[in-house]
Design a protein around this ligand. Structure first.
Ligand SMILES: Nc1nc2c(ncn2[C@@H]2O[C@H](COP(=O)(O)OP(=O)(O)OP(=O)(O)O)[C@@H](O)[C@H]2O)c(=O)[nH]1
Ligand SMILES: [Mg+2]
Length: 417
């Protein structure tokens, strides 16, 4: 962990804003004892200007801080130079994020992913310090650099071999007739809070499935959710599975995002994606974050519903203004408060509109025992079933997902005449 830290930030144009890097540093378990900011172009040697570096060295001396967190991506060389000058451990933004991930990873898969990400972070830094000649001489093993490469290889293979339990469950549940919904958005937007609101009560025994998470932990801390968590939810009568995903953050290194494949595949596999955004942030930020999330969804993404969350924090007028301001990006966004449970009905209907449309069919069943068991199966699986009985048959009007109807037809054909 990072213990006590001094935060340093340099910006070129805009006014420095340390809220986010402070939040990250604290989420990584450090106590922030001082912060310095400066507005100037980057210094190639140390990122921050020489005067600032001296100031930080004095602050380290004064406060006894163990770590200096620089809100930038530092080259390995810059890190070494800075550490020599300020007399403390120097970490950059990416390293802080890695610390948080390492701290939060619970499952075997997440732990392997974090370890892989850490090694990938270290690789260029180790290379920087290694003697070029040595690298050329020992192309097989025996140097730290090549040991690292080997270990990275090994981890990648392990991850490939480790089947994703969550992915398997998703495939199976889709066959069972569930619609899949994924929640996506920046960290701290309120995704886990929303999931808890939408989710059905857990049934006894359901926790036995290790991808069904009873808690979906909510905390005012960046990167609370590091793994996907799935819950059942009945949205306007439709049985769905809603998956909570890892939150976005600006300037996350690409390889780190890639390593959280569960999040990406949960979104790709979904029938609809709910993009959750924090309405209480400035409109420019709201717009930029929505753009980033949409970019990340890629071209062929499932239909999107935007939930503008934390409505309780702003006035009615601000809600309307912000909703209008993002209308082009996020048409028909639904303003909600997941915290208070406001306007969730409107959100659920909006989600249902995006789900694959239901098919209607009229079936005639004989009055046999097998047919009654098919009817009871339909009551469970279909969204709407209406049965009328006459003397020798049952007429059933069914509204269901196409896949469910397909199964019903097959079962009906198999019934003894
Ligand atoms: N005022 C207010 N706070 C909310 C609302 N919804 C969520 N929050 C708070 O926002 C913080 C973040 O909520 P989470 O649900 O953990 O956010 P998340 O999107 O899951 O965050 P990550 O897991 O880090 O990606 C918590 O402190 C919540 O209590 C809301 O509607 N109103
Ligand atoms: Mg969360």
């Amino acid at each position: 962990m990072l213990q006590t830290a001094i935060i340093a930030q340099r910006t070129t144009d805009e006014t420095p804003d340390t809220d986010e890097i402070r939040g990250l540093t604290e989420a990584a378990g450090a106590r922030v004892v001082a912060e310095v900011t400066q507005q100037r172009p980057p210094d190639p040697g140390t990122e921050l200007g020489p005067g600032k570096v001296t100031e930080i060295a004095e602050l380290v001396e004064e406060t006894g801080a163990e770590t200096v967190v620089v809100d930038a991506e530092l080259t390995p060389q810059q890190t070494v130079t800075l550490e020599d000058t300020v007399g403390a451990h120097v970490v950059d933004r990416h390293r802080v994020v890695l610390e948080i991930f390492a701290d939060q990873a619970r499952s075997r898969r997440a732990q392997l992913q974090v370890e892989l990400a850490r090694l990938q972070y270290r690789l260029p830094r180790v290379r920087e310090r290694s003697d070029e000649g040595a690298l050329n001489r020992f192309t097989e093993s025996g140097t730290r650099y090549y040991d690292l490469l080997d270990r990275i290889d090994e981890l990648e293979n392990k991850l490939d071999d480790l089947p994703s339990v969550a992915e398997q469950h998703r495939a199976q549940r889709r066959e069972e007739g569930f619609d899949l919904v994924a929640l996506a958005g920046y960290t701290n937007a309120g995704k886990s809070t929303l999931l808890r609101r939408l989710a059905d009560e857990m049934e006894l025994g359901e926790t036995a499935h290790d991808d069904l998470d009873e808690t979906a932990a909510v905390e005012d801390r960046l990167f609370k959710t590091l793994e996907t968590a799935t819950r059942r939810a009945t949205l306007s009568g439709r049985s769905t599975l809603v998956t909570d995903t890892v939150g976005f953050l600006d300037d996350l290194p690409h390889w780190l995002v890639e390593s959280f494949r569960n999040t990406l595949s949960a979104v790709e596999d979904a029938d609809a994606v709910v993009v959750v955004a924090d309405l209480a942030q400035p409109v420019e930020e709201l717009r930029r974050k929505l753009e980033t999330v949409h970019d990340a969804l890629g071209e062929a993404h499932p239909p999107v519903v935007t939930a503008l969350n934390k409505a309780d924090l702003v006035s009615e007028q601000v809600r309307r203004e912000k909703r209008d301001a993002v209308d082009e990006l996020a048409p028909n966004a639904v303003v909600v408060s997941a915290g208070r449970g406001d306007n969730l009905d409107a959100l659920t209907s909006a989600i249902c509109e995006k789900l694959p449309s239901l098919e209607h069919e009229a079936l005639t069943l004989p009055l046999s025992e097998d047919a009654m068991s098919l009817l009871s199966w339909l009551h469970d699986e279909a969204v709407d079933v209406e049965a009328t009985y006459d003397s020798d048959s049952v007429h059933v009007d069914v509204a269901a997902r196409p896949a469910t109807l397909e199964q019903a037809r097959t079962r009906l054909e198999g019934l003894a005449p």
